[in-house]
Write a protein that binds this ligand. Structure first.
Ligand SMILES: C[S@@+](CC[C@H](N)C(=O)[O-])C[C@H]1O[C@@H](n2cnc3c(N)ncnc32)[C@H](O)[C@@H]1O
Length: 256
């Protein structure tokens, strides 16, 4: 059993290949193997086809930096809902076994490319725990990435937080009450994973008089990208959609 292998979760940003850090590119270029998460039913060999519906977002983003023979797809991204389903747990365990087999076969530097940041709502944490359960000596590291939240702030010209304002990032899957409470507070609110729950979020924005301030980013950095005000009548969003509701600000430096 090896003791000197390192598994690094590498944040590759929301989609635009220019939003990888220099460190992320170096890690991806130097790694013995680069794993990418894909939907469970899309396990054709990595690099086999041009990026399209078959390639996960992380794979499409790193393709220009990683030779196809060092890419490996891990069927991790599932559309299961409702916590740790048996299917989800099995996918984490299966993926961990693939990583461990690669280590046992001699790989020492293993990277896992993940969209955005590996420490923000990423599968990487579950994979790392599963690998450590099988091989406690494997070193785990992460390289931060640009989050979708930051890209939407940049592209829409919205400062995320100023002075004494808090910043709340939440998953819409956590329930409407969390979103409603954050919206009633003094800071900016960013909602991830809102696609299926978008109508509920819209209704709450309307209820609290915040609809006009909100910005929606769809498929940031990807084909079909759309950034702009929230369209009250549009409910059909892609999974990769982020909602940003800026803090109420009266004048320059007012929150200092
Ligand atoms: C599982 S979380 C991954 C978050 C990611 N690790 C990050 O740091 O931004 C998935 C959610 O992130 C947001 N997201 C990630 N990439 C995006 C993109 N390219 N465009 C819009 N939203 C995105 C969406 O809200 C999506 O539902």
């Amino acid at each position: 059993m090896s003791t000197d292998a390192t598994l690094t979760g590498v944040g590759v940003g929301p989609g635009d290949p220019e939003l990888l850090t220099v460190k992320a590119v170096r890690l991806l270029r130097e790694a013995d193997l680069v794993f990418v998460p894909v939907m469970a039913d899309r396990v054709a060999p990595a690099g086999a086809a041009s990026p399209g519906a078959d390639a996960g977002r992380a794979e499409a983003t790193v393709r220009s930096h990683v030779a196809a023979e060092r890419l490996r797809r891990l069927p991790l991204a599932l559309d299961d809902r409702g916590g740790v389903t048996a299917r989800r747990a099995a996918a984490w365990d299966d993926a961990a076994r693939v990583v461990v087999e690669a280590i046992d076969a001699g790989a020492r530097s293993l990277a896992f490319a993940t969209i955005g940041d590996p420490n923000v709502y990423s599968t990487f944490g579950y994979l790392a725990q599963s690998v450590r359960a099988l091989r406690p000596a494997v070193r785990v590291a992460t390289v931060p990435g640009v989050t979708a939240m930051q890209e939407l702030a940049a592209r829409s010209g919205t400062p995320l937080c100023e002075g004494r304002e808090p910043l709340t990032l939440l998953p819409a899957t956590a329930g409407l009450a969390l979103f409603a409470d954050a919206l009633a507070g003094p800071g900016t609110v960013v909602a991830y994973k809102g696609w299926r729950r978008h109508p509920e979020l819209l209704a709450e924005l309307r209820r609290q008089g915040r609809l006009a301030d909100a910005v929606l980013g769809r498929s940031l950095g990807l084909p079909g990208e759309r950034i702009g005000p929230v369209d009250d009548t549009e409910h059909d969003l892609p999974y990769l959609s982020t909602l940003l509701v800026p803090a109420r600000r009266e004048h320059r430096g007012g929150k200092l």
